[in-house]
Design a protein around this ligand. Structure first.
Ligand code: N2P
Length: 387
């Protein structure tokens, strides 16, 4: 037998377990096999001494089960934007789940964040916009969700299942999405507004309003000058402040959702407002229309979260799973006038709101957390309001 053939037979015998490691080593050295080759064979056959065999598992290797919540509690405390739910949603939930719900409302993310920061409210659910989701997570004011109790999450449209502010979908259940534009009375205003400049036009003095909301107000003036509504650049913000100050003598007031009544009566001709609230007002007065200014506007998606310290987490999860039902979600969005992030609900809506096309998205921008820039925005907004 040739030396090469003998080496091959030796390796095969070792590989197949026919000879021991000690016999392989002795034979290999006898046949003149290099130390490097011997090492390769030993490690390939899994007997390299340096490689310790894996210890036997102490416990079964199945993944740890997802933690569970306890039984459903008897109450639930919700803190949400005003006019942001169908009239019967809470009642139907209370009846089916035997839970007593308290439902408080707010008018801006900042109002809600401040309340949570002060430790007030005792809420089990809140509904921040995307940028405020980032802030609440960063401040440690919210808990992760127990997906096990949210099987209806599968009804979400894929673009809303994971969002920039909650990339793993660990904290949020998307609620509604919408756009901040201009609601106007087509029978009262001289021409349909197509620009944020409508709020600086002296012809509208005392008949127009902008939202009492730092992000939406300064965001609009940033877009007006072709800037990002997330800018923290001092020059951009100085220009936005100057535009806001120019609009101030024209504005009747800074007011958000409650302006609807004034649009309906005609006391206000044009108001910075969200598309859904505009549709709610239009249901009472058909002369109300909505416009997205040509300079661009904010698009946002609000989402439900469970504040840290919630005393009714199981009831909160049951409520979230309830609103994720297609028929419940469809009723909410048909009432609010906003888009539903729930694909199955959208299919059931009487007046579905289509997600903007790629073309429309070119002029829309999602609001993001301003991080350290928030303090600068806060200061400018205070100066505008008090100036
Ligand atoms: C309130 C709607 C609020 C949406 N009616 C703002 N993100």
């Amino acid at each position: 037998m040739s030396n090469e053939r003998a080496k091959i037979q030796l390796v095969e015998a070792f590989r197949d377990g026919e000879i021991e490691r000690r016999d392989f080593l002795r034979g290999a050295l006898g046949l003149g096999m290099s130390v490097g080759t011997i090492g390769l064979v030993l490690s390939a056959c899994g007997t390299e001494e340096k490689v310790a065999p894996p210890p036997p598992p102490a416990t079964p290797t199945a993944p740890a089960p997802e933690p569970e919540l306890g039984p459903i509690e008897g109450e639930l405390h919700i803190y949400n934007w005003s006019d942001y739910i169908a009239e019967d949603t809470v009642k139907l939930f209370e009846e089916e789940f035997k839970v007593k719900v308290t439902y408080d409302t707010y008018e801006s993310n900042e109002e809600m964040i401040a309340k949570l920061q002060l430790g007030g409210g005792g809420y089990d659910l809140v509904c921040p916009s995307g940028y405020a989701v980032t802030i609440l997570v960063k401040l440690g004011l919210v808990d992760k969700l127990y997906k096990k109790h949210l099987p209806n999450l599968s009804n979400l449209a894929p673009i809303f299942a994971k969002t920039a502010s909650d990339p793993d979908g660990a904290y949020t259940v998307p609620w509604q999405w919408g756009i901040t534009g201009i609601a106007y009375r087509k029978d009262l205003i001289a021409a349909a507004p197509d620009s944020w400049a409508v709020f600086q036009d002296a012809a509208n003095k005392g008949k127009v309003t902008m939202m009492d909301d730092m992000r939406d107000n300064l965001g609009a003036w940033l877009k007006f000058r072709g800037k990002s509504l997330n800018s923290v650049d001092p020059a951009d913000l100085a220009a936005a402040k100057a535009d806001a100050m120019l609009s101030k003598p024209v504005l009747k007031s800074y007011i958000s959702a409650p302006v609807k009544g004034q649009l309906v009566t005609g006391d206000v001709w044009a108001a910075q407002l969200w598309n859904g609230d505009t549709m709610q007002a239009k249901a009472e007065n058909a002369n109300i229309e909505f416009a997205v200014p040509k300079e661009g506007a904010a698009i946002w998606c609000d989402a439900m979260m469970v504040p840290k310290g919630s005393k009714n987490p199981r009831a909160a999860h049951e409520f979230l799973n309830f609103i994720l039902r297609p028929e419940v979600g469809a009723k909410i969005s048909d009432f609010t006038g906003y888009g539903s992030p729930n694909a199955q609900a959208t299919a059931k809506m009487a007046t579905p709101v289509a997600y903007p096309s790629d073309e429309q998205m070119k002029s829309l921008e999602y609001q993001q957390d301003l991080a350290a820039g928030t303090a600068v925005w806060d200061r400018i907004w205070t100066e505008i309001k008090s100036g």
